[in-house]
Design a protein around this ligand. Structure first.
Ligand code: RAM
Length: 916
């Protein structure tokens, strides 16, 4: 009987325990400092974030608990010896700062999290995640900087094209007892590859990240426990030029000959410790196989010179030199905060043609960035040369004119031992076509394979529509963006430039951030910018300053503030704006004191750069009617940045600054309208679309005049530009959104789907598989005509996600804690499907028009809320899951707003439809 009662009770007990720890709450994507299980974090309070997954609706976190332990076993036993946050009532699931015991250098931290929800559920513990700390104090480094501060052998560093041979450095060391943990900390400049006992450590390439080398240098951290053995061991590194040893004499900053610092910290099983450091006992040679390298000109590898076994113990270094102890490059040697570059993808050639005897042209089918992996078999000493270009000439040879002085040539000399495989280490190219000469016999399609190389980051966005032109442009943007991340956002990847131009990314970075998780890359870049700031406040046009250009304008350095604001809105990260607040403020006052006259900011350098020119061969327009005045741009941007600073001052609690920025802003606005607004006609400056756009976008237009000013944008675009793009890259930062926000989404759509000149579609029609530097990239002067430049995207990608798909962060609750979902069903566009992996989880929006019905599936991540704008004439027209809204669980009608019925929802999947 008792048994029977117990059996009857069992389901009740089970249900009860399910309620305690809900199976429907999963914790995923645990991150420390926005990275998964990072090694070598040098912050004392790193921030922890997690995502909650659940199939339910309206799930919000009400509390969390974090446990951090120094070993995985301890964590599994709930022994949180570093930190037990206990249960904290809070809905915060991103950026929770570690607040446990102070961490020492080289600490291992294992952590897990559990959450409670507002509807009374409790999750189980997450799976464990980890981070380790780096070397937190400079005094933790016993290693010294080593290298060779002069040319070696055949190197001709006084050439204008400066290519060194790679330097090989090595040391052997004994290990006498069992190693529990071995951690390598290394910086090798410009670029390094680290080896232990013959094995390359890590899968990063082109490491470490580029910096303002005389201010700050990055080191990387690796767990190398598995690589060591008892007995004799060898450690070694190869150093390439990278951006440290200049690629051109004299116009690129030269920081000196390659150098490195490396420290291997050992913890033995018996608890004792030891280390291996770079010091004057290391040996060096540059007589290895990489006989020349730099990023513009390529790499030459002579396999007959291979130093077989150089990174293994027992290698004979009789011909090697003792290293020199060299000057440290900078005061700051810090852990690299962003991920390294990796081979992220591969591309197979689509065709190969022998266009002249022995000259083969490969078409990779896609303009991309990286290099090729070569397979070859032949006699010792045979040389295979490869050159890279984005286009072909009419005679099918490579079009090299737009590469300026970049030699882009990789040469492999065979050792003659069976099938040889090679790819370069210290160069990269931007190309679609590869010319191969000197290949023994006829290479087939698989003799080369493309390696796509950029910063390791998640692809966070997918986007597709029923319009093929838009889809094609999106793909081109995707390839262009991933091709221009090289530890910094570069302008281009192919010619002798490849610099981190600020102006190219001011708004582009926001669009990119939907497709890629570029958070840490841009946070790092803001530090590059601050490091490059001059003591008096000037901010450069290019950062890091491998080209030193301090032209003092508003539009390019504006990216510094605009991107900090983006990181706050998109990722909920307020640290960049806090960290750089003082420097940003200094720059703002520097510009004011030096260039402001009667509240007009008089200085500008680039104008509305790359305005579509009137004739096909021009780079820049000569037509004054197309140019927007520099003092207009300078003042409009200055005003906008004052509003951004006002926001930052509020967030950081700098109350005195809030009113100072506000007051100055009011004066600037008055002077701006006084000078630039044509009160009679209702347009700005000389009535370019750009001039009218910024007055609207930045809130400068007096109320009541907006419609007139906007009408001028439309009229000009339709009449003078024949319904085509009517701005340069500066105006394009707001073009699509201003058109849409003021009710002409249809015109924005027209610009987005045009295929005639000038348009993104025109580029695609003319063979582009990326985005060009110039609207007329197929006809313009090659002096400035890159085939892979993302700046002309302006706000196009932002518009794809925020407007077409309707996935936008609510600025009042950053990090997509609140989402504004307002799609744009425009003209003949039948379908849009997009998803975005936000810091709170996946957001999805897929809509389709069928006759008069609008069907829309959305996903709102757990712990967020969304304002959902359903295109409809009334609330009653809208259904969710085939049911009328009133009384629908979790869907609350808010208001009607300009053709949309607005609802508020919590997390979950929803199926809206509207129509008769
Ligand atoms: C060129 C590049 C770059 C741009 C500057 C002003 O060198 O195209 O992208 O920002 O000019």
């Amino acid at each position: 009987m008792i048994k029977r009662i117990l059996l009857l009770l069992l389901p009740v007990v089970l249900i009860y325990s399910c309620k305690q720890t809900s199976n429907d709450l999963t914790l995923a994507h645990l991150r420390c400092e926005f990275r998964e299980n990072p090694s070598g974090i040098d912050l004392s309070n790193p921030r922890l974030s997690w995502e909650i997954e659940s199939s339910g609706r309206g799930i919000e976190q009400s509390a969390y608990q974090l446990m951090v332990a120094s070993s995985e076993d301890a964590l599994n036993n709930d022994e949180a010896d570093l930190w037990n946050s206990e249960k904290v009532s809070s809905d915060q699931s991103i950026n929770v700062a570690y607040a446990g015991k102070p961490l020492s250098s080289g600490a291992q931290c294992y952590w897990k999290v559990k959450v409670w929800t507002k509807d009374g559920k409790e999750s189980g513990w997450s799976k464990p995640a980890s981070w380790s700390t780096g070397l937190l104090q400079l005094t933790d480094w016993q290693a010294k900087w080593i290298g060779l501060d002069s040319a070696f052998g055949w190197e001709k560093p006084k050439d204008t094209l400066t290519r060194l041979s790679a330097r090989y450095l090595r040391k052997e060391f004994p290990v006498g007892k069992k190693v529990k943990r071995a951690t390598a900390y290394i910086s090798g400049l410009g670029l390094y590859e680290l080896y232990i006992n013959g094995k390359k450590i890590g899968d990063q390439v082109l490491a470490p990240g580029p910096t303002e080398y005389n201010k700050r240098v990055f080191y990387n951290t690796f767990d190398v426990t598995a690589e060591l053995k008892e007995g004799n061991n060898a450690i070694g590194a190869i150093l390439g030029n990278g951006r440290f040893f200049h690629m051109r004499e004299p116009n690129i900053t030269n920081y000196g000959y390659p150098k490195m610092i490396c420290q291997l910290n050992l913890v033995y099983d018996d608890g004792s410790t030891g280390n291996v450091i770079t010091d004057d006992s290391w040996k060096l040679t540059a007589a290895g196989p990489i006989i020349a390298n730099n990023e513009y000109d390529g790499e030459e590898y002579d396999a007959t010179k291979e130093l077989t076994g150089w990174a293994q113990p027992g290698y004979n270094t009789a011909n090697w030199l003792p290293v020199q102890l060299v000057q440290e490059p900078a005061d700051l040697l810090v852990a690299q905060p962003n991920n390294n570059i990796k081979v992220m993808d591969t591309v197979k050639a689509v065709s190969v043609k022998e266009i002249k005897p022995g000259m083969f042209i490969y078409d990779m089918g896609q303009n991309f960035v990286g290099w090729v992996h070569l397979k070859v078999k032949g006699e010792k000493g045979a040389k295979v040369s490869m050159r890279f270009a984005e286009r072909l000439k009419d005679d099918s040879t490579l079009y090299m004119d737009n590469l300026r002085s970049a030699k882009v040539t990789d040469i492999y000399t065979l050792k003659g031992e069976g099938t040889e495989e090679w790819e370069p280490r210290f160069t990269y190219h931007g190309f679609r076509y590869v010319e191969v000469t000197g290949y023994p016999g006829k290479p087939d399609l698989s003799a080369i394979e493309g390696r796509v190389v950029y910063d390791e980051m998640e692809t966070t966005g997918q986007f597709e529509t029923s319009n093929e032109v838009i889809n094609k442009i999106y793909r081109n943007a995707y390839w262009g963006i991933r091709g221009n991340y090289r530890g910094m956002p570069t302008d281009c990847p192919q010619r002798d430039e490849r610099m981190g131009w600020l102006g190219d990314r001011a708004v582009g970075a926001r669009g990119e951030s939907f497709i890629f998780d570029n958070h840490m890359l841009y946070a790092k870049w803001l530090q590059d910018i601050e490091d490059a700031q001059k003591p008096e406040g000037s901010v450069p046009d290019v950062a890091p300053t491998y080209w030193k250009i301090y032209s003092d304008n508003m539009t390019w350095p504006a990216a510094y503030l605009i991107i900090a604001n983006l990181l706050y809105e998109q990722y909920g990260d307020d640290q960049p704006l806090r960290k750089h607040y003082a420097s940003m403020k200094k720059w703002m006052y520097y510009m004011k004191d030096k260039y402001m006259k009667d509240y007009i900011l008089t200085k500008d350098t680039y104008g509305d750069w790359c305005m579509p020119p009137e004739s096909p061969e021009l780079i820049h327009s000569k037509d004054p009617a197309r140019k927007t005045a520099g003092d207009y741009l300078g003042t409009a941007f200055y005003y906008h940045l004052l509003t951004v600073m006002e926001r930052f001052a509020t967030i950081t609690g700098n109350t005195a600054d809030v009113s100072a920025f506000k007051e100055l802003g009011e004066k600037v606005k008055l002077a701006f309208n006084d000078k630039f607004l044509n009160k009679k006609e209702g347009y700005y400056a000389n009535n370019t679309p750009t001039a009218n756009i910024f007055s609207l976008a930045y809130g400068l237009t007096p109320s009541g005049s907006q419609d007139t000013v906007f009408r001028h944008v439309v009229d000009k675009t339709l009449q003078d530009y024949n319904g085509h793009i009517s701005t340069g890259l500066v105006g394009a930062e707001w073009l699509m959104r201003v058109l849409t926000n003021y009710g002409r989404g249809d015109l924005a759509y027209q610009l987005a789907t045009n295929t005639t000149y000038p348009s993104w579609g025109y580029m695609a029609e003319h063979g582009a598989t990326t985005i060009w530097e110039l609207w007329n990239g197929n006809t313009a002067d090659p002096a400035m005509n890159s085939g892979n430049h993302v700046m002309l995207l302006g706000d196009l990608v932002v518009w794809y996600y925020e407007n077409l798909a309707g996935i936008k962060p609510d600025p009042s609750a950053p990090g997509f804690k609140k989402i504004i979902m307002k799609p744009l069903p425009v003209k003949d566009l039948k379908k849009v499907s997009a998803s975005y992996h936000s810091v709170h989880g996946w957001i999805r929006s897929a809509w389709e028009k069928e006759g008069n019905t609008f069907n829309w599936k959305i996903t709102v991540p757990v712990n967020t809320r969304a304002a959902v704008y359903v295109p409809a004439a009334s609330e009653q027209q809208v259904k969710e899951g085939n049911a009328v809204i009133s009384g629908n669980k979790g869907v609350k009608f808010v208001k009607m707003d300009g053709g949309y019925a607005v609802f508020e929802v919590g997390s979950g999947e929803y199926n809206f439809s509207a129509g008769e």
